[in-house]
Design a protein around this ligand. Structure first.
Ligand SMILES: *[C@@H]1O[C@H](CO)[C@@H](O)[C@H](O)[C@H]1NC(C)=O
Ligand SMILES: *[C@@H]1O[C@H](CO)[C@@H](O)[C@H](O)[C@H]1NC(C)=O
Ligand SMILES: *[C@@H]1O[C@H](CO)[C@@H](O)[C@H](O)[C@H]1NC(C)=O
Length: 646
């Protein structure tokens, strides 16, 4: 129950914090359980029209709303004209207003004409009993910066003036900080400036005026962290009359430490890169969701209500491809077992559930999967959710020889290698970098902390001053003083890159990516005196930890949680390519639910519907490849005396 006490403390501490702020009561209700809905990205990429969106919303309202699917969200680039030459990183096709704000493309969103923006779409969605969400990018668009539009001061309704002059887009834009995966689209604004703040405020006040209930703010988290912008947007949202759920994206290389900086400011934040319909993507969510559960981040109190680590949309049914100009045209590549695994993990980790497929063509199997009542009950109302490490597996060779091998996957011996990732520069695990001179011309930067892993050679990179090329704007030279490239020792033309130039999927993300050396703030690093190595694009620091070189040891997983009426949920997952039966001792399960007696439990397996028996204190099951078994156990409620108050 230690975790219970800690979360109780977090709850109390945050509630005390709340009193000193002017948060309205309705704000405190935001996202009290993981939000659920439909998002257009997986099935339409950026190309959705008003008609397609409203048709989809109608179906969500008729068929999914009763199951808690409440938000319908338009994903990115609703302001981009769908014409020849336009694509996800094109420049010059966006519709902006006189203040440099994005407005819906009237070609795709006819009701937006005459300055109505999304208000008619929002009205339509509200009349269906649903809530309306939009996707927005970081900062300001390149198009507004090129047009150098004036900034709106919403207090006066006129142009923002300070120090006797009108402020414009070019005054607030930070070209250095263009979004890494949409470099022609958007860049950060300087919120230290009054005009930078005024611009962001003018955006979010407009969204509220349109009737928006949910904002997915992209290119501000993970490798793209822009904490200044997140903090200010959160402040603006808190002061609005309208309660808007605040969601952050993407989640590439997010750590619990990074999430702690934002969980009090937002309601949802992604903790992986984009999730698509491959087994690799599903599998990539197990470690990270375990780490967030362990760090007590699931449902943490936020100044805006509660916050939820977000595992991304469910790419089932009819889909499109990442970055495509085409709508739904292919069926999901996941097998049924893999989809069940995804639903089960998303439920046990209490991720927001956003269906991504085309709801107009949803098939009965997919529909049953995403509306499974036990899955949805677990997702909304379970508590004490955590990975459960004490499972054993019996592989076929062991079975043949009659030998039972009980093993926790954490005990399996493997070799170790380095894993590079980014973290907040204030974290103690960020310092460990030192500079060494090899000779007069060559210096290298090495990570010197290999505690406990003696046989691992230190990770070193060659330091190289940035070579300024003459046609770059001079203004950048000062900005990049004291920064350098870090060159891979074995590949001299490749530099350490904090994030490749495209939207990553979790499967593709390799920690410590090296790309051809470029003039790019993602590849610029600075060594601080305290041994932290900071990246110019994100302001995050590089850290290194030893990781297992092989992953087959992680082939079996289990999660546990408790239900509203005392039931116990146990999920087994078979991620491996080896044959095995997964089992757990009820005495081990009882340990994580201190005081529970699991000697007399009855129950069933959710996906097969079959009743289960627990024999000799062992819960065990055969699980299909990439599949899952999910048990609901009803045990006699016997609490030990000293815990009875809980
Ligand atoms: C909330 O507090 C801030 C500063 O403390 C103030 O500027 C703002 O007007 C307040 N908003 C409301 C709605 O009371
Ligand atoms: C190291 O120094 C930098 C810059 O002075 C600072 O921002 C950071 O918080 C420090 N980090 C640690 C772990 O001491
Ligand atoms: C786990 O998956 C493998 C294939 O990857 C399969 O052969 C095996 O039967 C599965 N395990 C169990 C216990 O069914």
């Amino acid at each position: 129950m230690k975790c219970f006490l800690i979360s109780l403390c977090i709850l109390l501490c945050f509630q005390q914090g709340v009193k000193s702020k002017n948060v309205s009561d309705s704000d405190l209700q935001l996202a009290s359980i993981p939000p659920r809905g439909w998002n257009s990205y997986d099935s339409f990429s950026w190309t959705i029209s008003e008609q397609e969106f409203l048709q989809s919303a109608e179906i969500v309202s008729q068929r999914l709303h009763d199951h808690g699917y409440e938000y319908v969200v338009v994903d990115y680039l609703w302001y981009r004209r769908k014409v020849e030459g336009a694509y996800h990183d094109s420049l010059g096709f966006d519709v902006i207003d006189e203040w440099g704000r994005m407005i819906p493309d009237p070609g795709r969103w006819p009701s937006s004409q005459d300055g109505k923006g999304f208000s008619e779409v929002a009205n339509g969605v509200h009349s269906m009993g649903l809530k309306f969400g939009i996707h927005v990018m970081r900062g300001i668009s390149t198009q507004a910066v090129n047009a150098n539009t004036p900034i709106l001061d919403t207090a006066t309704g006129g142009a923002y003036q300070e120090s006797g002059r009108v402020w414009r887009a070019k005054d607030i834009a930070i070209r250095e900080r263009a979004c890494a995966w949409m470099p022609h689209g958007f860049m950060s604004v300087d919120i230290k400036l009054g005009a930078g703040k005024a611009f962001l405020r003018s955006l979010y006040e407009q969204y509220a005026a349109w009737g928006v209930d949910f904002v997915k703010h992209d290119c501000v988290f993970g490798d793209d962290l822009d904490l200044n912008e997140i903090s200010y947007v959160s402040e603006v949202l808190r002061e609005l009359d309208r309660a808007i759920v605040y969601s952050l994206s993407p989640g590439t290389s997010v750590t619990p430490a990074m999430a702690k900086d934002v969980s009090g400011l937002v309601n949802l934040y992604r903790i992986t890169g984009d999730d698509w319909d491959t087994w690799g993507d599903v599998k990539a969510h197990f470690d990270v969701s375990r780490d967030f559960a362990t760090a007590n981040m699931i449902g943490a109190k936020s100044l805006m209500g509660n916050s939820w680590p977000d595992l991304d949309m469910l790419p089932f049914g009819w889909l499109t491809d990442p970055g495509s100009n085409e709508g739904p045209h292919r069926y999901s590549n996941l097998h049924l077992e893999e989809k069940k695994t995804q639903m089960t993990l998303w439920a046990m980790a209490k991720s927001p559930l956003m269906y991504g497929g085309d709801v107009r063509k949803i098939d009965p199997t997919t529909y049953d999967l995403i509306t499974n009542p036990i899955i949805l009950e677990i997702n909304s109302f379970s508590t004490n959710n955590m990975e459960f490490p004490y499972i054993s597996s019996l592989n076929s060779e062991d079975q043949d020889s009659g030998r039972q091998m009980r093993r926790s996957y954490r005990e399996i011996k493997t070799s170790y290698t380095h894993s590079l990732s980014l973290t907040s520069c204030t974290e103690s695990n960020a310092n460990g970098w030192t500079s060494e001179s090899l000779n007069q011309n060559l210096e290298r930067i090495c990570w010197k902390r290999n505690f406990g892993y003696k046989h691992l050679a230190p990770l070193c990179l060659h330091k190289r001053e940035l070579n300024f090329i003459s046609d770059e704007e001079n203004v950048y030279q000062d900005y990049h003083q004291g920064k350098y490239h870090l060159v891979a020792v074995d590949r001299i033309k490749f530099c350490l890159d904090a994030s490749p130039k495209r939207k990553l999927t979790s499967k593709e993300f390799e920690r410590g990516t090296f790309s051809p050396c470029r003039w790019d703030s993602n590849q610029m690093w600075q060594l601080n005196l305290n041994g932290t190595l900071v990246n110019s694009y994100s302001g995050l620091c590089a850290t290194v930890k030893p990781v297992k070189a092989t992953i087959n040891s992680a082939g079996f997983r289990s999660w546990v949680a408790t239900g509203r009426t005392g039931e116990i949920y146990v999920a087994f997952f078979n991620l491996s390519d080896q044959k095995a039966v997964i089992s757990a001792q009820t005495s081990d399960i009882a340990k994580v639910f201190l005081g529970r007696d699991l000697s007399a439990c009855k129950g069933s397996e959710v996906w097969s519907g079959s009743d289960i028996e627990i024999t000799q204190g062992t819960l065990s099951a055969e699980v299909e490849m990439h599949g899952t078994a999910l048990f609901v156990l009803n045990c006699h409620l016997v609490w030990s005396p000293q815990k009875s108050s809980m």
